[in-house]
Structure formats: structure tokens, C-alpha cells
Design a protein around this ligand. Sequence first.
Ligand code: BTN
Length: 243
Amino acid sequence: QELTYFDATDSTQFTAHKLAQEGATEGHVVIANEQTAGKGRLGRDWYSRKGTSVSISMILRPDLPPQKTPQLTLLTAVAVVRAIKNIVGIECDIKWPNDILLKGKKLVGILTEMQADPDRVHSIIIGIGINVNQRSDDFDPSIRDLATSLAIEKGKTVERAQVISAVLNEFEHLYDLYLNEGFTPIRSLWEVYSISVGTYIYARTMREVIYGYAKGITNDGVLLLEDEKGQEHKIYSADIEIA
Ligand code: BTN
């Protein structure tokens, strides 16, 4: 497995895209000690200052149709939750599709992107950002009340290298399971850690806000929401708020 490490880079995600275009192989991992222009979902910034967070981007080349890539986002969330439980004994929750929350505050962000044709994926780049050693005032004021870190929860510094290796190990294990047995076992695990299924939620999509009962996820990782009129909605992309 190849690894590209930076003390500082703009974004591991940009680097991974570049490496993928240049032919990097499955499992190539990009890690940075600091990102100066980390990016989040929906064009947002992702803060990852020196020495405080874990920033990983992984290049995968599964033989999958593009519409199956959300499965890998869900798989990644499960891998990170399990790694954190193993390493620091903290249990966190998954909020669909890819936020990992600790006591309602954001601990981990996952960003999945792909280079693909309509019928075939060339590469999938999965970015994982974990807040490890930030103190509350290390967070930008705009997110201070919404974010947390492992160190805030534990009351002490956590070894980032351990977090990285646990995440990569757990990911590799689940990815093997996925390639051998498909999404079903991953989906069951995901539902165990999820707080956004079996409850009422607001789903804020690009066009509207839909309120309803989250019934579950499909095998494609789509969230099924039943609104108050009993109509079912398939949610492909949205911000979720637990009602
Ligand atoms: C989110 O908006 O919740 C997703 C955040 C993803 C952050 C990670 S950190 C590693 C990788 N590099 C980036 O620039 N972003 C992702």
C-alpha cells in the first residue's frame, strides 16, 4: 500500500485527485499533518490546523457503477466509528450520510468524490477529517459550538498516529468484507451506529426542507423518508437535523 505524507499541504483531497489522475493504485493513501485549504462537503471549508487533526484521503478503484459509491461513504463512517471505539473507547454516532457526531457535536467529516464515466468509476477519493487534539478555542468561532474533538472528550491528548492506523486497519477489514459479501453486512453495521434512522428528521436538500420519519437506507445508501402525508421520499443528498 502506497502512502504520500505531507507536513503541510493545501488539501489531501486535491493531492489524491491529482495522484489518481496520474495512475495511483487502489489503496494509495494521502496524509497531512496540516491542511491550509481543507475542503468539506457542499463547498464548505474544513479546518485542520497543524498537529491537531487527522486528515486522510484514500484512493480506491473498485469495479463499481457510479451510483454505488455512496455505499463506500457509509462503509467509511462505520470504519471510523469502530476505530475510535477501539483506540479511545469513545462511542460516537453516525448522522446520515457521513457525519460522525459525539454528543451531538461534529467530530469527523467524510467527503467522497469520484472520477467516473456515466457507467464506470475510475477512482473514488474518500477524505476523512477527524478532530483529535483541538481545544475548544482552536476551532473557528463560527463552528466552536458545533464541533468537538477526542481530546475535549477525553480530557487529554490522543496519539494521532494511533488513530490513523486504527482507521486504515478497520477500513481495510470492512472494505474486504464489502468486496466479498457486498453491502448487506455493512448496511446492518451502519444502522447500529446511526442516529438518523428510526426517528423524525428534517432533511434540507438543495431545493426544499422535508420533515418526516426516516425509515432506513436502501442498498444504494439512499435515505428513505416518509412525510406526514405518508409519501415516501428518496433522499440522495441533504443536511439532516434530528427533530
Ligand atoms: C464534511 O464537510 O463534513 C467533510 C469534511 C472532509 C474533510 C477531509 S480532511 C481530509 C480530506 N481533505 C480535505 O480537504 N477534505 C477531506
